[in-house]
Design a protein around this ligand. Sequence first.
Ligand code: PMP
Length: 423
Amino acid sequence: MTSAIGRQTETDRGHTAAGFDVLAVRSDFPILQTTVNGKPLIYLDSAATAQTPSAVIDAVVRYYNNDNANIHRGVHTLSVRATNMYESARAKAAALIGAKRPEEMIFVRSATEAINLVAQTYARDHIKPGDEVLVSEMEHHSNIVPWQLLCEQTGAVLRVAPMNDAGELRLDEYEHLLGARTKIVAVTQVSNALGTINPICDITRMAHEHGACVVVDGAQAVPHIKVDVCELDADFYAFSSHKFFGPTGVGMLYGKFDLLNSMSPYQGGGEMIRSVTFEKTTYNDVPHKFEAGTPNIAGGVGLGAAIDYVNGLGIEAIVAYEDDLLDYATQALLATPKVTLVGTAAQKAGVLSFNVDGVHPHDVGTMLDQDGIAIRTGHHCAQPVMDHFGIPATCRASLAFYNTRAEIDALVVSLRKVQEVFA
Ligand code: PMP
């Protein structure tokens, strides 16, 4: 087996010297040492699910070996230990995104569930027929469909803020769409299909001037840029553990404390109550009010370990490294004949969507897989983005801090092979 660690260019070595030791980082990820179809794995699908370092895998195994018990309910040692570990992960998640207090962080199953929770609690309580929900043209389906369901349930109207052909939101149009009827503004911080970083501070300022509540989808932002929910002034902020190098099945919803405190519960069950009688049930305090039933405890512990791992690398170092790699990859794809980039915003993170002239994205993806290269092909759960560009699908190479310039070079070589086959 050719070790993926051996795949480095002079510039990769330069980064090692400059302080971000990508080769050492790669050795933290067991899966990056494996082969696919006899080739060293080149994983360029982190926007779908990021890979998991040993530190996270070990934390989950340690938890099951030593601490496994149900949380919040037991006086016995294991239960107390599991509770402390889970609650410590909550506190780490709060610190990660600059929340003022851990109680502002609700454990959910995923970013998708976080957005659905807001739609079915805060929004459902506040929306009346004729009110408006403003989404953008570049949202992931999970930041469109929950709002469509809400509109169907309440008689509210869905409005859509457009983007330009670079894949940037048109803020002038955004402003026009905001009005007294706008109750919810739902927007992604980073587009999963295009990589665009949206100006969330401008959007929250405009939305708040009109009295709207802002729900930010941070699924693609938290792994790539420094997030501070207070600076952004987001009312709600959602992200997923599995895109942040943690386990699947866990996500976090941030909400401003007063909003959370005033909201109806989401699901009913154990843990979210203070007392239950057949006549009247009262609810637990925030955040437990929103956490019915036994959660994914090991997943939460794993997310805590992922946060520790990323903090250990340093988000500033990650951002600098990834910016450089994105730039390198963009130039490399621009220089590859018959490859067209989709999404050329001035501010981008982590994602390269592209098409190869005359070749269906699925064929590109299948051929790259033969070379051990994992990219995603399809509409990326963002069909309105595809509609904007008049295409059914794109190829998407998405980056993380463990990718290298050598891997981008290998991608380009493989793409040239695809072109030869389909010439
Ligand atoms: N929003 C964005 C921008 C995403 O990229 C994704 C996942 N592709 C989601 C939301 C949904 O995340 P999850 O599937 O983890 O709920």
